[in-house]
Each structure stands twice: as structure tokens, then as C-alpha cells.
Design a protein around this ligand. Sequence first.
Ligand code: ATP
Ligand code: MP5
Length: 276
Amino acid sequence: MVASALTIAGSDSGGAAGLQADLRTFLTCGVHGLVAVTAVTVQNTLGVHDRSDIPPHVVAGQIEAVAADMGVNAAKTGMLASGEIIKAVAEACDRADIGRDRAVPFVVDPVAASMHGHPLFDDAGLAALREELLPRATVLTPNLDEVRLLTGLTVTGRAEMHEAAVALHALGPRYVLVKSGHLTEDPECVDVLYDGTDFVDLHGPRFATPHTHGAGDSMASALTAGLARGMSVPEAARFGKWFVSNAVANSYPMGAKVGPVSAFWRLAPEEFTPGG
Ligand SMILES: Nc1ncnc2c1ncn2[C@@H]1O[C@H](COP(=O)(O)OP(=O)(O)OP(=O)(O)O)[C@@H](O)[C@H]1O
Ligand SMILES: Cc1ncc(COP(=O)(O)O)c(N)n1
């Protein structure tokens, strides 16, 4: 039986982040990828130049259509674009039994802006995220900018990551996974998982590459793939960290600025022999 994972996310025309990163990660993690597109962005390594949001009822319709017919083993969010879309997603997830304390685990990646600093939702989106999605999350996976947006806390070191995890847990998610990519002075890259009682530090090397576009999406989608395959949250978090460490280690330059992390490292070596 092939497991399936659903991404509720925006399209990145550059193929580095967004639903493209999620589907590529799902593929290399051995799960069938399902998609509810929330927005189409006009994006390259220089930034997000334009976008068109999908009508909320079409976003909700995609979630319900695949859940009713194909089944969803785990779901995640990426760019959600607006407060209206977030409300529609929350209602559709309830109908599809997706969320904490429900049948289908739900990873909420609170993507607020692209790495170039372009906002991917508005103020109404932030309020809806706090009210509608954080309490429904099995795992919340913020980066340090999103920690500041959601809690007002500025994190400059590992101890503050623990404080931030406690503050975020109070907003409703079952688990919080705080990502450490932005602590560039730290020689290691140690993400923190917190369940309301215990902390698990997810250790990994910090690679010197500038090419980290899509790292956050890749971490959250590998975690989601692990959950879809039946792993516990701590096990899936370790799997996600292992996956993204390798993806950053194998990232590549493309375009004028920050290049993508790689999911290719998990693919089998080329077997086709021309003329063979
Ligand atoms: N230079 C690096 N070396 C190793 N791992 C990294 C590096 N940068 C980020 N990571 C890992 O990638 C994941 C994403 O981290 P980050 O905090 O950068 O999230 P993000 O800002 O959402 O990502 P991005 O905006 O780059 O897609 C985390 O698991 C983090 O540990
Ligand atoms: C459609 C879409 N979704 C998510 C991101 C965030 O990814 P990053 O932080 O790597 O820019 C993005 N840039 N575009």
C-alpha cells in the first residue's frame, strides 16, 4: 500500500520552494503527493514578482476531493496567501478529519514570507493562522522570523529557541519544531522539538553553502512524509532533519541569487544506457 501526503501550498515558478519542493520531497521519500494549490507565484531567485491567489472554495474543494476519494495519510501547509484561504482550509481540514487529535496528522509550516522578504500572507492571514491553524496543528514548524511574528520573541541562541518553543506551544499545537537555519553564528544547526514537557534537540552540521532556497519546505515535507509512513512525531522530526541536512549538503547554484536545496540525493544512480 502506497502512503499519500497532501501539501496545501503555493506554486514557485522557480521550482525551489512551495509545492514543487514538497512534491519532490514526497517522491524521494516514497509517498504519493497530493496537492491543494493556494496561489501561483511569479518567482525566481531574485524574488516574488507577482502572484494570483486561488479562490478559497477551490482550495477547500481540492482538499476535500482528494481526501474523500484517495485518502490522506498526513497533510502539511505552506504558503496560504490570505485570511479567507486559511479559514477555508481550516473548515475543509475538519471535514477531511485532518488535524491534531484527528485521524490525519497535520504539519503547519507558518510560511509568512519568502526568503527574499516578500510577504506570502497579509495581516488578516496572520490573525487567521493564530486562531484557526495553530490549535489544529499536530506539529508547527516555524523559522526564527516566524517565531518573532507569532510570539514577539527574538531568538539569538539555542536557549532562546527553547523559550520560543514553550511560548508557541501555548498557542495550541501538539508539538512545536523550531528551525535553526537563521542562527548563522552557531557552528551547528540544531532544531528543537517540544511536546509541552520534553525538548528533543535535533543536531546536524551547518553547511557553508549559500544555496538554501526551499530548506524549510523540504524539512516540513520530509517530516510529513515520515508521518504519512506511520512514524511517530519525534521519529518523523529526526527523519525530516536527516533529509534536509542531506538536501542542504547537496544544494546547487541556479539563477543569480540563492539556489535550491536538492532532493536528488535520494534518487537511485542512473541506470539507462543509451543504445544498450
Ligand atoms: N546551512 C545549513 N546547513 C545545514 N542545515 C541547514 C542550513 N540552513 C538551514 N538548515 C536546515 O534547514 C531547515 C530549514 O531551516 P530554516 O531555519 O532556514 O527554515 P526556513 O527559513 O523556513 O527555510 P528557507 O527559507 O531557507 O526555506 C532546518 O531543519 C535547518 O536546520
Ligand atoms: C510558493 C512559495 N512557498 C513558500 C516559499 C518559502 O520558501 P523560502 O523561505 O525558501 O523562500 C516560497 N518562496 N514560495
